[in-house]
Design a protein around this ligand. Structure first.
Ligand code: XIL
Length: 532
């Protein structure tokens, strides 16, 4: 018996009373012994790429089903079920289908024709479809308004929000039996989850009878997670979706840990704990969960191979993650350690400095120095130190960065050489951004970019460069609190280091190593506003 089977329980048997257990298939998945391991643990498959629009209709009107058919046949012959992924998406679609500037009628024709042809073709062979993938934008600022939260894709720009109803109706018509899913990532983010919830709620209320049932049967939570993912956030989104009366599936589960293909023993245990906590949650909500599918069998085959995100290593040996999944309670009992590290604390002194980065105000001199030197990516690039002052009106941050490439070529502000300040004014440690929270970024050239729910009036900043070092100074007005001596504020600092070519290669932080500070304040450090 190959590794991956010998002496370990079958996951599909372990979970037979809970939900289907799935994994992905691509060409190499069918090789031996990989396919034996796949069949042993999983009873449903998703094609990793073969059923995406660019695989099935690269040239307009010329459908190419051979490869996908071959996969589906082998999966079904092995006694497994098949899930379809994905009928409509803004990515991995041929450019003729949904290009920028496409006209409305052409877009509708392409969308409906592709959806109908594909769903009809696989009818009877797939139990469910991801009808639409990733239609909601990231971090929607006003998630109650789902239309305003839609990703600005060519489908949306050409057709408007109705494209969603159009694609789901076409799929239902073509395959009335298949369960039809809306699928997206980062749904542990409360704001994104709320936008999806509002969308499915409204569309199902308005379309209660599309071939005998509401328009959308299910919500797929992709589940591309990491060590910093909070299982409670996953649980609260699950609960929210379930309250709509739809089924939920976890459709692309993986948990990144370690880097560059290396996973230390302690990282492997942490990863096992995240999987265990997630499966504890999934078991709890199992009556409403149809399926849990992993996005990759073994680490070396994963789309995120360097971050070791799956249950099996490259020799198909079960990792701690496997045992975390197979028996969450036992795993948590045996490996319990303090998963949540205690937040670091520092002080801001009272004072009002000039906003000058070239010749910093002497008011900073006595403030304690904060080291921004915990790296989140494999590359250890730009790092630095900071000092903080406060007065009744604002926080003031002075940061000195060294070892920077001084590159701001990336269109994504967060990839440019820059300093970020995270503020949680009421130290509420929420897992999403509230009005009092904010992310303030300034690059080495002094350009500002913010992610702040309640406006950024009065932010001031300055920057100054010397060789590979730079200094930034920021004034960040308090939005919601009246600060006084002793007030505790959630606070963190991050230095983004660009590579010479532009993309970010390094991230250094003061306290929160989860990589989630931009949307989740629960991991921030603590800043005490000290004596006047
Ligand atoms: C990924 C595949 O794993 C890669 O092989 C491919 O190069 C890119 O797409 N969300 C999805 C999946 O819905 O289709 C993506 O799959 C991963 C993110």
């Amino acid at each position: 018996m190959p590794a991956g089977i010998a002496n370990i329980p079958s996951l599909q048997e372990t979970f037979q009373n809970y939900f289907l257990m799935g994994n992905i298939v691509s060409g190499p998945a069918f090789e031996s012994p990989r396919f034996d391991v796949l069949k042993y643990h999983f009873n449903i498959a998703t094609a990793e790429n073969a059923m995406k629009p660019d695989s099935l209709q690269r040239e307009k009107g010329a459908f190419t089903f051979a490869q996908a058919d071959g996969m589906v046949d082998r999966v079904l012959a092995a006694g497994m079920k098949m899930h379809g992924h994905t009928l409509a998406w803004h990515q991995q679609s041929p450019s003729w289908m949904n290009y920028e500037g496409i006209g409305r009628q052409e877009a509708v024709d392409n969308l409906v024709n592709h959806t109908k042809t594909v769903a009809e073709h696989f009818r009877g062979r797939v139990v469910s479809w991801d009808v639409l993938n990733e239609a909601i934008g990231d971090n929607p600022p006003n998630p109650q308004d789902w239309r305003a939260s839609l990703r600005q894709t060519p489908w949306y720009k050409a057709i408007g929000a109705e494209y969603i109803g159009i694609v789901f109706r076409a799929a239902r018509e073509a395959d009335p039996e298949a369960r039809l899913y809306y699928n997206d990532y980062n749904l542990d983010n409360k704001n994104k989850a709320l936008a999806v919830y509002q969308m499915v709620k409204e569309l199902n209320e308005q379309n209660p009878d599309v071939g005998g049932r509401p328009l959308i049967d299910g919500i797929g939570m992709q589940g591309h997670y990491r060590i910093g993912t909070n299982p409670e956030d996953v649980a609260s989104s699950l609960e929210r979706f379930i309250s709509l009366g739809v089924e939920v599936s976890v459709t692309e589960l993986d948990v990144q840990a370690g880097a560059e293909g290396v996973l230390s023993e302690s990282q492997a245990v942490d990863q096992g704990l995240v999987y265990a906590q997630l499966f504890k949650v999934f078991k709890e909500y199992a009556p409403h969960i149809a399926r849990v599918t992993f996005w990759g069998l073994e680490d070396s085959m994963s789309w995120r191979a360097v971050q070791n995100p799956t249950l099996f290593d490259k020799n198909l040996q079960a990792k701690p993650a496997f045992y975390g999944v197979a028996d969450p309670d036992a795993y948590i009992r045996d490996n319990k350690k303090t998963v949540n590290k205690e937040a670091k604390r520092t002080k801001a002194l009272y004072g009002t400095p000039r906003i000058d980065a070239a010749a910093p105000d002497p008011a900073w001199d006595k403030a304690p120095e904060i080291a921004i030197d915990q790296y989140l990516m494999a590359w250890q690039g730009a790092k630095g130190t900071a000092k903080v002052l406060w007065d009744r009106e604002a926080l003031y941050v002075l940061a000195n960065v060294e070892g920077a490439e001084l590159n701001k070529a990336s269109p994504n502000a967060y990839e440019q050489d820059s300093v970020e300040v995270f503020v949680d004014e009421n130290n509420g440690k929420t897992s999403y951004y509230e009005e009092d929270d904010g992310q303030y970024r300034i690059n080495f050239a002094g350009e500002q970019s913010f992610n702040v729910p309640a406006g950024t009036e009065g932010v001031e900043s300055a920057a100054s460069v010397r060789g590979a070092s730079y200094t930034v100074v920021m004034k960040i007005p308090f939005k919601t609190i009246r600060p006084e001596k002793g007030t505790l504020v959630g606070f963190d600092l991050q230095i983004n280091g660009a590579s010479v070519r532009g993309p970010r290669q390094s991230i250094a932080v003061w306290n929160d190593t989860s990589g989630e500070s931009y949307r989740n304040t629960s991991g921030l450090g603590i800043l005490e506003l000290a004596a006047e």
